[in-house]
Design a protein around this ligand. Structure first.
Ligand SMILES: [Fe+2]
Length: 189
């Protein structure tokens, strides 16, 4: 499937439930340079710093048939992962609980898909050099749509303790399942 920058796309299996998340959806793609929230800027800077130092994560990349991640570091308030994306891997639509997320691509290209207020799923592809922020309650799907593997660096603050996964039907999100701390060890992102 080819996705262009302005074409709504389908993601995940269609579901018939009609409930909606409590929080508003995010139609925008804030770039690091334009972040005004100090905490978001700090988190984005953490990602950019680690992404710029392959000695921190290069030896941890394990490209296999499935998406896989390794925790690079954990502090009291932040955890950082390096994630390997084989070709044509996707996360499903999800949000990160109470955590703010910043991430960047360090190899290949990653496509992020977000719902907008008009009931569309809008993709945007990130190559190395751009840090993206996902605020608490914002929903996205992250994919490697390309035929070459990709690698990303993700930081979560506070530490990732839950994730909510969503179905998408008739232009609406519905909560599919909530993953708690015990479910996140293998990485879901
Ligand atoms: Fe995510």
């Amino acid at each position: 499937m080819t996705i262009t920058a302005d074409a709504p796309v389908a993601t995940g299996p269609a579901r018939s439930t009609t409930s909606r998340p409590d929080r508003p959806l995010a139609p925008t793609f804030p770039a690091y340079e334009h972040l005004t929230d100090p905490a978001e800027r700090v988190l984005a800077a953490v990602v950019r710093r680690i992404a710029g130092d392959p000695s921190r994560w290069g030896h941890l990349v394990r490209q296999g048939p499935q998406r896989s991640g390794t925790r690079i570091e954990v502090t009291e308030g932040v955890e950082v992962w390096v994630i390997a994306w084989p070709t044509f891997q996707a996360t499903e639509l999800h949000s990160h609980g109470e955590a703010t997320t910043a991430y960047t691509t360090v190899a290949g290209a990653i496509t992020e898909i977000r719902p907008d207020r008009r009931g569309r799923l809008l993709p945007r592809t990130f190559v190395p050099g751009v840090v993206q922020v996902v605020r608490p309650g914002e929903v996205h799907d992250v994919r490697n749509e390309r035929a070459t593997p990709a690698v990303t660096i993700h930081a979560y603050s506070p530490r990732l303790s839950s994730m909510t996964f969503y179905g998408w039907s008739a232009g609406r999100l519905s909560v599919d399942r909530v993953a708690g701390p015990d479910d996140l060890g293998a990485g879901a992102w």
